[in-house]
Design a binder for this molecule. Structure first.
Ligand code: URA
Length: 248
């Protein structure tokens, strides 16, 4: 795609999101590599809700512990493969979704179907690339017929998500939809009540927003999601600015 086509695609997504003007805020007009320089946070032992036992704290070690998982019934309900997570293990920004769907089950990569394509556009709309961030789900196996995850499945699988968050130690976590927000915030509140605020998750700041699959069904909520993404970007920029050495 040439730069002109790239720009046209970017602008069409902003229009899709309900953005019809250009911000005068310098932070939003600046783009490029510097925006992606962000600090790492303290390790997993300092992340609330992270592992309490002595466990290996790297993503490969967590994947090894997960193994060919049979901890819940999803392993015998038609899953093709475990969908662990994808992206930069040192990401400052982490997205957490619900569970793999059909395309993710086939490819073994989170968010590659229609909802995933929208998520990719959302990431690019804040000046980042998919490779810059880390993407994982609460549930690592596809529920049959894409039904909602059940409480026992969440209970079996969420410790691996918590360990992934601990390993990555992101600056900002964006929880996509009710299941991700509820698992990370230990609440039963729906996403409509949770979004619009920034929460703490250990050393990270957590922003709940609507799931891209919901946004595909309810495009009028894209504007809210855009506000949430701008908030995430502003937090990343503030953290990056705080680490810049004025003497350098
Ligand atoms: N929806 C999710 O929550 N996760 C995926 O990986 C794909 C769709």
């Amino acid at each position: 795609m040439n730069p002109r086509e790239q720009l046209a695609e970017h602008l069409s997504f902003l229009t899709e999101l309900g953005i019809d003007g250009v911000s005068r805020d310098a932070r939003w007009r600046r783009a490029g590599a510097d925006d992606r320089v962000v600090p790492r946070l303290p390790g997993p032992s300092e992340v609330e809700g992270g592992p309490t036992e002595t466990t290996a704290h790297t993503l490969p070690a967590i994947r090894t512990d997960l193994g060919d998982c049979t901890r819940c019934k999803l392993h015998r309900l038609g899953r093709r493969q475990i969908v662990f997570g994808v992206g930069n293990p040192d990401a400052a920004l982490m997205f957490v979704g619900e569970a793999p769907g059909r395309d993710e089950d086939v490819q073994g990569i989170p968010f590659v179907g229609r909802a995933g394509q929208l998520l990719t556009k959302m990431i690019e709309a804040i000046g980042l690339r998919r490779e810059d961030v880390y993407i994982a789900n609460v549930i690592k196996c596809r529920p049959p017929e894409n039904r909602n995850p059940e409480p026992d499945e969440v209970a079996s699988c969420e410790p691996f998500l918590f360990r992934q968050v601990g390993a990555i130690a992101p600056t900002v976590i964006v929880a996509l939809g009710t299941f991700a927000a509820q698992a990370l915030l230990k609440t039963q509140d729906p996403i409509s009540r949770l979004r619009g605020r920034v929460y703490k998750y250990g050393g990270a700041q957590l922003i709940p927003t609507f799931h891209p699959a919901f946004l595909l069904r309810s495009p009028d909520r894209k504007r809210d999601a855009w506000q949430d993404l701008k908030q995430a970007k502003a937090l990343l920029d503030a953290a990056a600015a705080a680490t810049i050495d004025p003497q350098a």
